[in-house]
Design a protein around this ligand. Structure first.
Ligand code: NAG
Ligand code: NAG
Ligand code: NAG
Length: 695
């Protein structure tokens, strides 16, 4: 919440930038009946019906004035005004409008009265503006006022000026193909580009929404500005032909000349407004990388994931926060410089926010971990589980700035494993790390993303653990939330086992390395050989992770579509399915032979250990599994799913070697490759490049 407020105040600050010079603002005189009838014919109006003798009205007056003073620059662009009617002077009008109490605040449009000011909004400056913005952006009201397109047709010259940093405010620009028309927004002839047709409807809505964020909009005709479009990689828009996948492109230009002030929207075409809005507001936010405090970080983490207990309400956005942790005394400009380079990769990751903080981020990280241990010490008959702080501190040089990722509702902080300051400035490495970290705490599993989840980070991730929930009515949602709570505890309980194992493996490798150095010394080996053994870096292999997901079973056919059949007759809310993509199987029974669900947190954790870290399990019987029948939409082509996954993993291993070992070293490559091979007995070396890097 705090963050949201921070974001909106930031955007407002931007939006209000132009307002500073408007100090000569004067409140209008109340409207006469005649003026009222005329004004109401167009636009939206928030009307205050008042009496000069009513004490509440007098109290309210300064709030009204401040709100309108602040809002009127946007109001003008959004075609919304604040006006007053004096009911003592114009009693007939107030009687006709059935005003019963003062002050009465109401929304009017061309069709007359729309609604009263809501009871749950306070009569304050903030809430008045909140109401105004909400109504101005409501699509139903927007239709009523016949939105004027506020986007301007940009010439090449004007666009180049904006990119040179000469714009006064951020600009969202759309790029269009045309065939002989001047203005792409007027073009009625988009028979060669269906997506252009639908984006013609989206763009005015988006433009309007942008205005309320203080962002101007413009559009470019690629036929008349071919060099601009080609320069941005939109060459297809210059001489368009009917072809699949032709659509208008969108880019954001920020004012000022940073490292980069042009951000292309690259998440494919959509005709819905929110994804562009998210892209714009986060890019502006991230280019500022505002400070975040320890308390704010801790508050993010404490936002446990829960379904809203209301039908048809979307689950909370699970934002991801990248925090640059630094010490103001020691930070050098190069360190801060890297933040500018991160705005672009982060703009492509939905829900990712960039911050900086000198406010004890490692303390916040520890507090996060403590929160997890409060949750997972649920079983008195087990010995107390202690935070695996070694896991966090691996490779950490507390003196140098570093990056953390905190995800909302995630009880584990994520630390960037840079081995030195140069790695902290390694934009490529950070980009890869972001890509590995994009999944929220729990992802809704759908027919559209299931395949991606199966292929996600195959090197370090071994299973997808899916909680079945039922979101059809309030009672089912409440039950689902209770189950989900147990589900998360079990998942983090497993995470504790996993972290301990990562630490143990690494400690083992360290010990082996020290032994080797000792042995070489004892054998009086060359100092070169000893040095080499001594400087051998031990890679941080953070593997055996699981992805958490949920499936809403009130969506009847999804389980079948994803191939979860053949196990039990019917799955129900509270059940858990564990998918092992490598083996092409899924599990629906726990280690005790019962149905796998959230009734026993302990049994769920033990089942995860048994599946992913069998060498650590105290249960020796083989776990019963079902074959996964899922066939991706495109089919697996000539590859059997199993082979494909194995191939995949092999290529990931190669990818990791490149990533981990900046300095090529044959020995190390061999060693890491061997570790993973031993772990999963990977076979098959068929040539196929990584899928993820392409999508
Ligand atoms: C508001 O919209 C109406 C109808 O389209 C238009 O006539 C009027 O000029 C607009 N006002 C402003 C301030 O844009
Ligand atoms: C991260 O993923 C995106 C989208 O899949 C891709 O374009 C980008 O190159 C990746 N970045 C790195 C550093 O791998
Ligand atoms: C607690 O752990 C024991 C094994 O140590 C297990 O048998 C028991 O079911 C667990 N209790 C709960 C409530 O999970």
């Amino acid at each position: 919440m705090k963050l949201l407020m921070l974001l909106s105040s930031l955007l407002w600050a931007l939006a209000l930038g132009e307002q500073a010079e408007e100090d000569d603002f004067q409140l209008r005189e109340p409207l006469t009946e005649q003026e009222f009838q005329k004004e109401m014919q167009s636009g939206l109006h928030i009307v205050e019906f008042f009496s000069p003798y009513c004490p509440h009205c007098l109290e309210f007056a300064p709030h009204w004035e401040k709100a309108w003073k602040k809002f009127h620059p946007q109001g003008e662009k959004l075609n919304m005004s604040f006006v007053q009617v004096n009911c003592v002077k114009d009693g007939d009008l107030c009687a006709a409008e059935q005003i019963l109490a003062y002050p009465a605040i109401r929304l009017y449009g061309p069709q007359g009265f729309i609604k009263n000011y809501p009871d749950d909004f306070a009569k304050t400056e903030e809430d008045l503006i909140r109401f105004a913005r909400q109504e101005a952006l409501d699509p139903i009201n927007m239709e009523a006022v016949d939105i004027k397109i506020s986007s301007e047709l940009l010439t090449s010259q004007r666009f180049n000026e904006l990119v040179a940093g000469k714009g006064a405010e951020p600009y969202l620009v759309s790029f269009w193909p045309t065939k002989g028309s001047d203005n792409p927004l007027d073009d009625k002839m988009y028979d060669f580009c269906e997506d252009c047709q639908s984006f013609q409807k989206t763009w005015p809505l988006l433009s309007r929404k942008m205005l309320s964020l203080g962002v101007s909009t413009g559009h470019i005709n690629c036929e008349t500005s071919p060099n601009i479009c080609k320069g941005l990689g939109f060459g297809r828009l210059v001489h368009p032909d009917y072809e699949e996948g032709l659509y208008p492109r969108v880019a954001l230009v920020l004012p000022g000349t940073g490292v980069n002030n042009l951000f292309i929207y690259e998440n494919g075409f959509t005709s819905s407004v929110p994804p562009y809005e998210d892209f714009v507001s986060r890019t502006i936010f991230n280019s500022e990388a505002p400070e975040i405090s320890l308390e704010e970080i801790v508050a993010l983490v404490h936002k446990d994931f829960k379904f809203p207990e209301e039908v048809d309400t979307p689950p909370p956005a699970q934002n991801l926060h990248v925090v640059f942790s630094y010490d103001p005394e020691n930070v050098v400009p190069e360190d801060l410089h890297v933040l500018e380079h991160l705005v672009y990769p982060l703009s492509k990751i939905p829900n990712a926010y960039l911050h900086k903080s000198s406010d004890g981020v490692p303390v916040a990280a520890k507090a996060t971990l403590n929160y997890m241990y409060e949750k997972i010490n649920y079983n008195r008959s087990e010995s107390e589980k202690l935070p695996k702080t070694e896991f966090l501190e691996l490779n950490l040089f507390p003196q140098s700035p570093t990056f953390y990722i905190f995800k909302e509702g995630d009880w584990v902080p994520h630390l960037y494993r840079g081995d030195s300051t140069t790695e902290t400035r390694d934009v490529e490495g950070l980009g890869e790390w972001f890509n590995q970290s994009i999944l929220p705490v729990i992802t809704e599993v759908t027919a559209n993303n299931f395949e991606q989840l199966l292929n996600f980070e195959r090197l370090t991730t071994d299973a997808i653990v899916i909680q079945l929930v039922d979101l059809k009515d309030i009672q089912s949602i409440q039950e689902s939330n209770e189950n989900l709570n147990n589900f998360l505890i079990a998942a983090y309980d497993y995470e504790d086992v996993r972290m301990q194992n990562v630490v143990k493996v690494r400690t083992g490798e360290r010990t082996a390395k020290n032994k080797k150095v000792k042995l070489l010394k004892a054998q009086k080996a060359s100092s070169n050989a000893i040095g080499k053994a001594y400087h051998q870096e031990i890679a941080f292999l953070d593997y055996d992770k699981v992805i958490l997901g949920y499936i809403d079973i009130s969506n009847n056919d999804l389980l079948k579509e994803l191939g979860f059949t053949g196990g039990r007759d019917a799955y129900k809310s509270g059940d858990v399915l564990v998918v092992d993509p490598l083996e092409g199987v899924f599990y629906d029974k726990d280690v005790l032979g019962n149905e796998l669900n959230t009734n026993s947190i302990y049994a769920l954790r033990e089942t995860l250990v048994k599946i992913v870290l069998p060498q650590l399990s105290r249960f020796h019987e083989k776990l019963e599994s079902q074959k996964l029948k899922y066939i991706p939409k495109g089919g697996f082509s000539i590859f059997d799913p199993l082979i494909e996954y194995r191939v995949w993993r092999y290529f990931c291993v190669v990818g990791l070697i490149v990533l981990v070992c900046k300095v090529p070293s044959f020995y190390r490559k061999f060693k890491i490759g061997k570790n993973y091979k031993a772990k999963r007995n990977t076979t098959g070396l068929l040539g196929q490049t990584s899928k993820r890097s392409k999508d």
